[in-house]
Design a protein around this ligand. Sequence first.
Ligand code: PLP
Length: 355
Amino acid sequence: MQYVQEKAGIQIILALKGFSMFSVFPLVAKYLKGTTSSSLHEAMLGYEEFGGEVHAYSPAYRDDEFPQYLSICDHISFNSLNQFEKFYPLVCKSGRKIHCGLRINPEYSTVETDLYNPCVPGSRLGTRAATLPPTLPDGISFLHSHNLCESDSFALEQTLENIERLFGHYLPHISLLNLGGGHLMTREGYDVEHLIATLIKFKSRYPNLQITLEPGSAVAWQTGVLVATVLDIVDAQGIMVAILDTSISAHMPDVIEMPYKPVIRGANSTPQEGDIIYRMGGQTCLAGDFVGDYGFQKPLNIGDKVIFEDMMHYTMVKTTTFNGINLPHIGIWGQEGFYRHVKSFGYHDFKNRLS
Ligand SMILES: Cc1ncc(COP(=O)(O)O)c(C=O)c1O
């Protein structure tokens, strides 16, 4: 990432939604210029623990939270002109130099899973070119696009073509283009030189533009595992299920949501001839809390460790409060109509579940 920043003359910030393990922020902050957040709590975490630039984007900001963004953020991206117009007067009043941007929908994505495709028809994320006026309102100094997921540099090249085709007339009048996340430049085989060449070529046409990328996954790709222990092995009508002291549903929800089959160290994800086959079951009571089947070379035993590979990005943050979105209040409604507030959650609940 450092090499890309230097060679292409761009800047990279960390998307906290993908990786928020703040005990290692001092290391990451040696290279990346700041953070981007999807909620007030993430913005607070980036400000408190990472330093550098603090960017924020949310599909919609809450009236009660927005003033707090103003004291810690230097870049705020709005999802619609409506939101920009509503909050821009507060930005002006804040007395701080805050760059305001608009998230656009480039109407192009290579992402095949709809759950992860911000350009899926009917998407609520980003403003489409057709709905914008010929010039951007005063106060918008950058555009923000996020349309990729675990993608290569060729998808970015095509994204840039679409941005130029749909939004090209705005580009000479802004100072920053944020190209979002989804650039998996740390994956083996990613064509880093093509990425650099693509960015340099684009920048040569718009020397006025600072380019920012905000990957999450790429920062923590292949950097950590989740280790589970086999608590029991049951024969479920001929299927051997290892019951683990973890849960697919509670600890690896992406596996079910996406869905995908995580790699287990030393096991074949597609069982081969002669393998001993086990399904991996979670410790919750949810019938669907399992992932499998895997082929092992020798029988599993109670007490064995099962190592799920590459669980640092998205897995850790999804077992906390995803995107830093606060948990709902808990209260009791009585039949007589009273409401007793029992508990509210806040920034410290979010932060204390991270590390
Ligand atoms: C606006 C925005 N920026 C950045 C990212 C980070 O993407 P990734 O972790 O795929 O690099 C996301 C992911 O959802 C996002 O929604």
